[in-house]
Design a protein around this ligand. Structure first.
Ligand SMILES: Cc1ncc(C[n+]2csc(CCOP(=O)(O)OP(=O)(O)O)c2C)c(N)n1
Length: 336
């Protein structure tokens, strides 16, 4: 596993930006959780708490025209791709100004203007969707890549394997990430696969694979960047397993009492934000005051997002069916 500092070719500004996104992701989800407990959001609240470095790291390594085929613990990717906390908060509150215009809620977030596919709820169906996009890029001769992410549980589904196989056979420009946070809802890893590392699954498809510390944003970023370059230059897909730990319940209604407390204590010490903070300070890359300023900026943004969402209107009932189906075009009578 990559140590901070070792083989690291990341500029100071980028490290600080990744710190900012980690903090923004954590605080936005904490605010959403608090609103959830106040009964103010529509539906449930799933967070990426403890695993934020996965989505921040892989999304930060993408280029502007690339695509992210995200899953539901990828809040960091939504933010890195430029979907604003305001629109995300309004989405959670079911408001007209939200990402889906109030038609959908919670983690069902996507916006092609930001290169993020809408998330299919069925796990791991974003893998085949991403694979399809990668096939299209290849056919069109576009030098773009796709990043697709799923949880450890998602890798036990058939769709996962079909996507991995096709991507490898056709050498498609896609990089598959696994947020291995040890549990699929209440099912621990050992109860859903007989192998030690999820990365072994890639061997069956002749696909290069890598295991990284999923709490080390620099390690995720570095591995992602390398794999994107390989894919962009025709090398084909890579599978990257990011080992991390889900520090909250499956969603905020779940106390996760099935997770041994000692395990959580152990991972708490490896928190991704603490880890990068320690690294930045110990290596004199920044000073505490600079990090405090970033934290203050994040708090302001989150306050502003909450205000915006609360003050925003709900969608008009007349809009119920707009944007749901493609607008029908006049049928051409000459075309059978
Ligand atoms: C095909 C399918 N089966 C079941 C579900 C319900 N479900 C949503 S999340 C989840 C657990 C997912 O675990 P994992 O893939 O490990 O992701 P994690 O929650 O650990 O990030 C389940 C069973 C679903 N969305 N899709």
């Amino acid at each position: 596993m990559l140590e901070y500092g070792e083989d690291m070719d990341i500029k100071r500004d980028d490290l600080l930006q990744m710190y900012y996104y980690l903090r923004l992701t954590r605080r936005l989800e904490e605010r959403i959780t608090s609103l959830y407990h106040q009964g103010k959001i529509l539906g449930g609240a799933w967070t990426s708490n403890g695993t934020e470095a996965v989505s921040v790291g892989y999304a930060y390594a993408l280029e502007k025209n690339d695509i992210a085929a995200t899953y539901f613990r990828d809040m960091g990717a939504f933010l890195v791709r430029g979907i604003s906390p305001k629109r995300i908060m309004a989405h959670y509150l079911g408001k007209k100004t939200g990402v889906s215009g109030g038609k959908d809620g919670n983690v069902h977030i996507g916006d092609l203007n930001h290169g993020v596919f809408g998330f299919p709820s069925h796990l791991a169906d974003n893998y085949p969707v991403g694979t399809g996009a990668a096939l299209a890029f290849m056919i069109r001769g576009e030098k773009k890549v796709v990043a697709a992410c799923t949880g450890d549980g998602g890798t036990s589904r058939g769709d996962f394997h079909e996507a991995m196989n096709l991507a490898s056979v056709r050498k498609l420009p896609i990089v598959f990430f696994c947020n291995n946070n040890q549990y699929a809802y209440s099912t621990p890893l050992r109860m859903q696969m007989a192998i030690k590392d999820v990365a072994e699954r890639a061997l069956a498809y002749g696909m290069p694979n890598k295991i990284v510390d999923g709490n080390n944003v620099a390690a995720v970023y570095t591995a992602a960047k390398e794999a994107y370059e390989y894919a962009r230059n025709g090398g084909g897909p890579t599978f990257i397993e990011c080992k991390t730990m889900r520090m909250h319940g499956h969603s905020e209604h779940d106390s996760a009492k099935y997770v041994p407390r000692e395990l959580l204590e152990e991972w708490k010490k490896k928190d991704p934000i603490l880890t990068i903070e320690k690294f930045l300070l110990e290596n004199n890359i920044t000073k505490k005051e600079e990090l405090d300023d970033i934290d203050a900026r994040v708090e302001e943004e989150i306050d502003e997002a909450e205000r915006f969402a609360i003050e925003s209107p709900f969608p008009d009932p007349e809009e119920t069916f707009t944007g749901v189906y493609a607008t029908p075009v006049e049928a051409d009578e000459n075309v059978m």
